[in-house]
Write a protein that binds this ligand. Structure first.
Ligand code: NZQ
Ligand code: ZN
Length: 392
């Protein structure tokens, strides 16, 4: 197990009917003027936005609204949000939505506090050292942004999607009511299941970390719970316990708890962000469900025992000690079948990506990360193209 420093600072308020606590709790936290930030339409049509604003109003808190965040949130709306927040003297940004709304809120908060355009951080890899406090009312179990230290933005002019990782990005408080996810479509539920699993798998399948048995067992438990709850939530979107498991797993999976003592590299995410940047219609979870099995088949040769352990403990594949490569491969194929069972794509063609796009996508990826993508092996352009071929 490697040395680690875990500091997950977000207060979590979890359960049914917690919206009425939002106003009073924010008041206790010393908040005065709030920017309520949301997405396209779901927060309003479900009535959640009304309930949140009612709670703020009842607590005597002033707020202004900014809606319109699209999936793969755009830096142009972030800039509008910064200007609005400065004009209105905002001291707190409250995101009501999924990962895209939360990341947009994080970027507005950092832009106001640092007086720097957030794309400056994204494009140079520098970290903001301060922010306005951010709160979230989560509506989709997926990204883990409600307690993570990252913020992912898209620049629609340059067609680039980049992350900003900084401890200042962790929200101050997140309100997690599983009932707010009942209306999430089957497809977005599937995307969320994949993303939650990937945040733990990207910490589990890494070259450094030794035995780390406690971390492995926590990770494996989470993966099993998400697999089972995922099946139930897809079959019955109003299954409270299943939605609750997914919601809590989403936060735990990306607040660093499932990766203690292991090196964090996130190669599949780096490959995926390039797909979503290339075609804005590609949902993050859908890109991951296509790329993960291909990446795993390409990389398993570098650590057959670890891929075999995953296959055996999480997917019940019988361990072949003489041929761990067989167990490893069967585990990856079982996981691919699971993604298909929950309605997720597993082929690049399903995302509208064709062989003639491979060279450009691979070149974009290497340019974005400024060199080969760190993984078990260093993934250069040729290796990335090989992975695309395995995902055809
Ligand atoms: O815009 P609305 O109308 O709200 O519709 C959204 C959107 O179309 C809809 N939705 C959300 N909650 C709903 C709902 N529909 C019905 N009922 C509800 N309760 O779902 C669609 C997708 O929303 P989005 O926020 O884009 O999804 P997600 O939460 O998966 O976030 C994806 C973004 O997060 C980034 C991804 O790259 C992507 O940009 N990530 C952020 C991370 C972080 N900050 O830590 C880590 C992740 O790895 C990820 O990269
Ligand atoms: Zn993700």
């Amino acid at each position: 197990m490697l040395n680690f420093n875990l500091h997950t600072t977000t207060e979590i308020v979890f359960g049914k009917d917690i919206e009425e606590q939002i106003g009073p709790r924010l008041k206790e936290l010393g908040v005065h003027r709030i920017l309520v930030h949301f997405g396209g339409s779901s927060a309003r049509t479900t009535g959640l936005l009304d309930r949140v604003e009612k709670s703020l109003f009842a607590a005597g808190l002033a707020f202004v609204e900014l809606g319109g965040v699209s999936p793969n949130p755009k830096v142009s709306l972030v800039r509008k949000g910064i200007a609005l927040a400065e004009r209105e003297g905002i001291d707190f940004v409250l995101a009501v939505g999924g990962g895209s709304v939360i990341d947009s809120a994080k970027a507005i908060a950092m832009g106001v506090a640092t007086k720097t355009d957030p794309w400056q951080f994204a494009s140079t890899g520098t970290k903001p050292d301060t922010t306005l406090p951010v709160g979230t009312v989560l509506t989709l179990a997926a990204s883990g942004s409600e307690s993570s230290n990252s913020c992912v933005l898209t620049n629609e002019e340059t067609k680039e999607k980049r992350g900003i990782t900084s401890e200042t990005n962790r929200p101050l408080i997140s309100f997690l009511d599983p009932e707010n996810t009942y209306t999430v479509s089957k497809f977005q539920t599937g995307c969320g299941i994949v993303d939650i699993m990937m945040h733990t798998l990207e910490r589990y399948l890494t070259p450094e970390g030794g035995e780390s048995d406690i971390t492995d067992r926590i990770a494996e438990g989470l993966l099993i719970a998400v697999r089972d709850a995922g099946r139930r939530a897809i079959a019955n979107p109003r299954d409270y316990e299943a939605r609750a498991s997914l919601m809590w797993a989403g936060s735990v999976s990306h607040n660093d708890y499932t990766g203690c003592g292991r090196k964090r590299l996130f190669p599949v995410h780096k490959l995926e962000h390039e797909l979503s940047a290339f075609r804005d219609e590609i949902a993050h979870g859908a890109g991951l469900s296509v790329l993960f099995p291909a990446w795993a088949l390409y990389e398993m040769k570098n650590d057959f025992p670890r891929f075999a352990q995953l296959a055996n403990r999480v997917f019940g594949v019988e361990m072949d000690f003489h041929h761990p490569e067989r167990t490893a491969r069967e585990g990856i194929l079982t996981m691919k079948r699971f993604f298909e069972e929950i309605g997720m794509p597993t082929h690049l063609t399903q995302l509208g990506i064709k062989p003639e796009n491979y060279a450009q996508l691979a070149a974009n990826t290497v340019r974005t990360v400024k060199g080969p993508v760190k993984s078990y092996s260093a993934l250069d352009e040729q290796a990335i193209i090989e992975i695309y071929k395995l995902a055809e």
